[in-house]
Design a protein around this ligand. Structure first.
Ligand SMILES: Cc1cc2nc3c(=O)[nH]c(=O)nc-3n(C[C@H](O)[C@H](O)[C@H](O)COP(=O)(O)OP(=O)(O)OC[C@H]3O[C@@H](n4cnc5c(N)ncnc54)[C@H](O)[C@@H]3O)c2cc1C
Ligand SMILES: NC(=O)c1ccc[n+]([C@@H]2O[C@H](COP(=O)([O-])OP(=O)(O)OC[C@H]3O[C@@H](n4cnc5c(N)ncnc54)[C@H](OP(=O)(O)O)[C@@H]3O)[C@@H](O)[C@H]2O)c1
Length: 335
């Protein structure tokens, strides 16, 4: 057990840990503040480790990693393999780094953002999330898992757990009922739009709502068609995404055939409907995890405007910029 004393009381007033200054277990402190199991340590960490290494061969290796000559090898061993602090410490067991040093050198645990996937009107006092479990293989074929998504997936829904949570205003403003919408959200990018459709469904009970076109994309129909039944339900019998309401739901399965099919391909197939909704004052909302997706979708929209309106290329690009200026082109993307 030990006690945490803030340097600056003002700065620490909203800290989630130990605001009462009660003694705290070292384990709890590490779990809440230090990223020992996800982020890779920096070069200086290796330099300090070399100082505290007892075995000579480990000291030499660590000194090499910390030197300018060892920079490339350190990159291959550490960053490229996404080695964590715990793994590095395990690889150099003779290092006896004091806790005071670890506290200063281990990367701080960062918060993760998630889009709200539910509507407060449909689910009062609840917030639903749509989380993909991140995992990938390193160049040396070691399986890496995302820290927060894996942890969330491992929670037992039957057990109550206290999770520190903050709410921030996102970059997708809630659309008014009368605003026609063109939504593009591949993968977990569908999360905010699940909330939008839920909200519109509640609103449509008491009055008319503007049309919604939703373009969704995922890898395979069989494995990651998120909320399949929900979207299909709302395409039927005067649902928010139904043709009767001027709406539509279009899905691109990228890996169900030899060549990739993405949301932008589906958008081009529906270019007439997109243009007619855009001309009627619709707003475009884009969300998702791909780094290239928002730019590709923007190019597709430009092509659609060009084709359907017959205006010159520069004017199509200007048209989109004006849409953005007007607050009718909103993007929330992450990598
Ligand atoms: C505004 C916003 C909204 C978001 N909304 C959602 C949402 O609704 N749902 C959702 O699931 N996520 C969402 N995210 C992403 C989320 O915040 C996390 O980044 C994601 O869940 C991964 O966190 P993690 O802790 O599991 O992974 P981490 O431990 O943080 O690992 C992820 C990191 O691993 C590395 N990495 C991942 N894949 C590879 C690869 N193939 N090759 C090499 N390195 C790789 C990258 O450096 C990546 O940043 C959102 C992000 C933002 C900024
Ligand atoms: N293990 C799994 O089965 C699994 C499944 C889903 C997600 N995940 C993890 O979760 C993370 C986030 O997942 P996610 O569901 O939000 O996204 P995602 O599955 O990575 O992507 C969603 C869809 O967008 C497609 N896409 C890729 N580049 C695009 C572009 N430039 N334009 C338009 N579409 C594009 C993807 O196709 P392609 O990927 O085929 O190019 C996929 O069909 C992933 O990075 C991954 O680590 C794992």
């Amino acid at each position: 057990m030990f006690q945490v004393q803030p340097n600056d009381i003002q700065k620490c007033s909203d800290s989630s840990i130990n605001s009462s200054r009660d003694p705290i277990k070292i384990r709890t402190f590490v779990e809440l503040t230090m990223d020992v199991a996800s982020a890779s340590p920096r070069r200086y960490f290796f330099e300090v480790m070399s100082f505290f290494a007892i075995a000579e061969h480990e000291k030499e290796r660590l000194q090499y990693f910390a030197s300018p000559e060892g920079r490339d090898d350190l990159y291959q061993y550490n960053q490229k393999e996404r080695r964590t602090v715990l793994e590095v410490l395990e690889d150099f067991p003779s290092v006896q780094m004091p806790f005071e040093w670890l506290v200063q050198l281990v990367p701080p645990l960062k918060t993760r953002s998630f889009s709200i996937a539910s509507s407060l009107s449909a689910h009062p006092n609840q917030v639903h999330l749509t989380v993909s479990i991140v995992s990938w293989m390193t160049p040396f074929k070691r399986k890496r898992c995302g820290l927060c998504s894996t942890w969330l997936a491992g929670l037992d829904p039957q057990k109550k757990v206290h999770i520190p949570v903050w709410f921030y205003r996102g970059s997708l403003p809630p659309p008014p009922t009368s605003l026609p919408l063109i939504l593009i959200g591949p993968g977990t990018g569908c999360a905010p739009f699940h909330g939008f459709v839920e909200e519109r469904a509640v609103q449509s009970v008491s009055g008319p709502t503007a049309p919604v076109l939703f373009f969704f994309g995922c890898r395979n129909e069989a494995s990651d068609f998120l909320y399949r039944d929900f979207w299909l339900f709302h395409t039927q019998s005067s649902g928010v995404l139904s043709e009767e309401k001027g709406g539509g739901f279009f899905v691109a399965f990228s890996r169900d055939q030899p060549q990739k099919v993405y949301v932008q391909h589906k958008m081009k197939e529906e270019s007439q409907r997109i243009w007619s909704l855009l001309s009627a004052g619709a707003a475009v909302y884009i969300a998702g995890s791909s780094t290239k997706m928002p730019a590709d979708v923007s190019s597709a929209l430009e092509e659609i405007i060009l084709k359907e309106s017959g205006i010159p290329k520069e004017s199509a690009a200007r048209w989109l910029r004006l849409l953005e200026k007007d607050g009718r082109y909103n993007v929330e993307a992450w990598s």
